[in-house]
Design a binder for this molecule. Structure first.
Ligand code: FES
Length: 169
């Protein structure tokens, strides 16, 4: 990919390191199939953009991959692992799907909302935490569970949640 292809509003995100990471994913697929690299590429640019995807970032990625912008939007808006508005420094994704629900996720959500002082989908005033409700994260045997940034925390209790949040610097 050439620098000439970077005509979006967020060119600065596409530094050499980001380009190299995206290019390594594109290279895993046959020529002309860069669409297949959309999910890992979205992860890469989301990290580079403080944890969320603005429209200009998605447009720039579509441009970089030479695919229609809609092909990026539809993936980014489908998966809860992508955020389309600014987020806090830490993402707390609490699962409320069936196994977690049957094992107390409602109480965990209430505790998290009270402890953080926000509702689901909101970010704390100090910008430290964004609390989100997500679908099954594939850790049903550890229900109820939540994901804090990249780490899974299972068999949650309110005390365990406090310990986990207290441990965040
Ligand atoms: S239902 Fe919560 S991880 Fe599967």
């Amino acid at each position: 990919m050439s620098d000439m292809q970077l005509t979006g509003a967020k060119e600065h995100l596409f530094n050499a390191d980001v380009r190299q990471q995206i290019d390594s994913w594109v290279a895993k697929y046959p020529a002309g199939q860069s669409q297949s690299a959309v999910i890992p590429s979205l992860h890469i640019v989301q990290v580079a953009n403080d944890g969320w995807l603005s429209q200009s970032v998605m447009d720039a990625l579509a441009n970089y991959l030479s695919i229609p912008a809609i092909s990026v939007y539809e993936v980014a808006s489908f998966y809860t692992m992508f955020d389309l508005k600014p987020v806090g420094s830490h993402k707390v994704n609490v699962c409320t799907n069936i196994s977690c629900m049957l094992n107390g996720s409602e109480e965990m959500v209430s505790h998290l909302e009270k402890r953080l002082g926000v509702k689901l989908g909101e970010t704390t005033q100090d910008g430290r935490f964004t609390l989100k409700e997500v679908e099954c994260l594939g850790a049903c045997c550890g229900a109820p569970m939540m994901q804090l940034d990249r780490d899974y925390h299972e068999h949650l209790t309110t005390e365990k949640i406090d310990q986990i949040l207290d441990g965040i610097k």
